[in-house]
Design a protein around this ligand. Structure first.
Ligand code: FBP
Length: 604
């Protein structure tokens, strides 16, 4: 297989990938096809500066068996569809501002697909991008989209842009074939084309994108991403619509964090599998903990700001402590309050002779402690160059920290200086391309256990505590992001991708692909589309007000949180651990096909 800008071939036993050193000039355009056959080891060849790794792809028995799984589709998508339009929509906030910014894509109706009549369609081409952090099921969105467009016309083509939105801007892509897609069906990861966090937000990027979209005859682009990436998808849809470029843009709700959900989106894909993977690991730790009875395990869970993952894992495993950042913010707790809360549970269990336990900590906890939140908000402001909206550049880390200390208010400086030096340093330095604090780098599990130990020692000196405290630390994040998708995610993602092809065929742009009613059997799922502008409001980002999709935090009035609150005291005192075990792909439906407890409680 040969591609003008990228050489990427797949044979039965191995995949050929291009790595560093590829650019337009270094890529020969004489269309030479190279064939690689038979067994091979990893080796590197040089060809006009193009580096080719040939990697043998061994498959596990599970991978081979799982490849044969046929994901389920909602009944409505099993044949030709008709788009049924609802009433015009409004954004969730700041309606006038959002309407003015998105004149071509604002106010469109929610779409539901119902069984309809078969129409003959001319062949068309589609592009797809994986954006942001990996989430189980991304490959199934692509295979669903591939099968969807091919079912409309077998001559339709699907192109994948490489390594995230940057692939569109830099014109790096592959064309999918049956053989290529078949290698990735029902597998975890985003390695089929790679992902990246380049922000698509500048006119130059949009203009560079349209060149390659035109060259490849692409009529629609599907962007798989979280709230930030789908916000950018909406901006791109609006730009191409305003310019009459004839390219549709469709979003797809991805993120293990579970924070891209609302009345229209029941859950973001990947949340189900990631939580089940972490819950398996937590269950294993709890069994170890209950066997040795000598450690407190402090387990930090990924999830960025929202505590959905921690809450879901608590519902699945019943740990002794689970912190919910949203509650901590609501109660305006200080770091010391949080430490005291954990230490009390440790002391009470020690009084019963139980010097062991588990503590689940959401990744974003630190940002929700009100004093630290204020500090982070000011850090975001001062570290952004107000003229360009881009992060300020510094010679080195020390210069950046000195600048921060000079620039922030005295009250925030006092908070910064009260934090352990390593945490303060991370807060000042690390940002992702969207300007978010990289909370996954802050070792809150160690910070909290250190502070709990100090508090317990003080209580012991006052004879208020008598026990042994020994801590182990864990961070579960990357372990779950590329797990083989559960049946739920495999079906949900395939349906999201397939459904995107129907939105494209119906000429929609600025929509997100949605599948609802997912606690029912897949045949009863409802497929359709929601205008992305409907989910938007204005928020302050990097020192300026921007239109963004509203992030869904844990709802303190919601059923999952209320269920947790009703049980947590019992789970704290007693050892009521539940051991979920690994995700099962075959077997009784109650073992293999259950959705998350969060979704079940929300939809009950
Ligand atoms: P997305 O929001 O892009 O889906 O990313 C989710 C996430 O896994 C967060 O939970 C985590 O904080 C972050 O990505 C880690 O980012 P990175 O992969 O760049 O280390």
């Amino acid at each position: 297989m040969y591609f003008p800008l990228l050489f990427c071939g797949i044979s039965r036993n191995f995949i050929i990938l291009l790595t560093e050193g590829l650019d337009e000039r270094s890529c020969p355009s004489n269309g030479k096809t190279r064939k690689f056959e038979g067994e091979c080891e990893i080796r590197i060849r040089k060809n006009n500066k193009i580096f080719i790794n040939i990697i043998k792809m061994e498959k596990s028995a599970l991978q081979v068996a799982r490849a044969a799984y046929q994901p389920k589709l909602p009944k409505a998508l099993q044949g030709p569809v008709v788009a049924v339009e609802g009433a015009p929509t409004q954004s969730v906030g700041n309606q006038e501002d959002i309407k003015a910014m998105f004149p071509n894509t604002y106010g469109m109706p929610v779409i539901t697909f119902e069984a309809g009549e078969m129409k003959t369609l001319e062949p068309f081409n589609v592009g797809i991008i994986l954006s942001g952090g990996q989430a189980p099921g991304g490959h199934n969105v692509i295979s669903g989209l591939y099968d969807g467009v091919k079912s409309l016309n077998k001559d339709c083509k699907l192109y994948g842009f490489l390594m995230g939105p940057g692939g569109l801007v830099d014109h790096k892509y592959v064309e999918f074939t049956d053989e290529f897609i078949d290698e990735y069906r029902n597998t975890g990861g985003f390695d089929i084309i790679g992902s990246g966090r380049t922000k698509l937000e500048k006119v130059e990027q949009f203009e560079s994108g349209i060149k390659i979209l035109r060259e490849l005859g692409i009529k629609a682009l599907v962007i798989i991403g979280g709230d930030d990436s789908n916000t950018n998808a909406c901006v791109l849809a609006e730009y191409y619509a305003a310019k009459n470029y004839g390219v549709q843009v469709i979003g797809c709700p991805k993120t293990i964090d579970g924070d891209l959900k609302n009345e229209q989106i029941e859950t973001s894909f990947g949340f189900d599998t990631a939580c089940k993977t972490y819950a398996e690991l937590i269950g294993n730790i709890q069994r170890d903990c209950n066997s040795a009875r000598k450690y407190w395990h402090f387990i930090k869970l990924m999830g960025r700001s929202a505590s959905h993952i921690a809450l879901e894992c608590a519902l699945q495993t019943q740990p002794n402590v689970c912190l919910i950042s949203e509650e901590i913010e609501k109660k305006a707790m200080s770091l010391d309050d949080v430490v005291t809360y954990i230490a009390k549970i440790v002391a009470e269990r020690a009084a019963d002779g139980n010097n062991f336990g588990t503590v689940l900590i959401p990744e974003g906890l630190i940002e929700f402690i009100p004093a630290i939140k204020k500090l982070i908000a000011e850090l975001n402001e001062v570290l952004t160059d107000t003229t360009t909206g881009e992060p300020r550049e510094f010679e080195n880390a020390d210069e950046q920290i000195a600048f921060v200390k000079r620039s922030i208010a005295a009250e925030n400086l006092a908070v910064l200086e009260s934090l352990p030096a390593d945490v303060a340093r991370q807060l000042c330095l690390d940002r992702d391309p969207h300007g978010n604090v990289q909370v996954s780098l802050i070792e809150t599990e160690k910070l909290l256990s250190r502070m709990v130990a100090t508090k317990l020692a003080a209580w012991a000196a006052e004879e208020k505590y008598c026990g042994k405290f020994s801590a182990q630390h864990h961070f579960f994040g990357y372990e779950g992001r590329c797990a083989a998708p559960s049946n739920y995610d495999a079906d949900y993602c395939y349906s999201l991708g397939f459904n995107a092809s129907r939105l494209i065929a119906n000429g929609k742009t600025g929509y997100m692909s949605i599948i609802k009613n997912t606690t029912a059997p897949a045949a009863e799922w409802i497929a359709g589309g929601v205008p992305i502008t409907m989910m938007m409001n204005m928020e302050r980002r990097n020192g300026a007000m921007k239109p963004v999709i509203r992030k869904a935090l844990v709802e303190l009035e919601g059923a999952p949180y209320k269920f947790f609150v009703a049980h947590r005291e019992e789970w704290a005192k007693n050892t009521a651990y539940v051991y979920p075990g690994p995700i099962q792909y075959w077997g009784p439906s109650e073992v293999c096909d259950q959705c998350t407890k969060t979704l079940a409680l929300e939809q009950a």
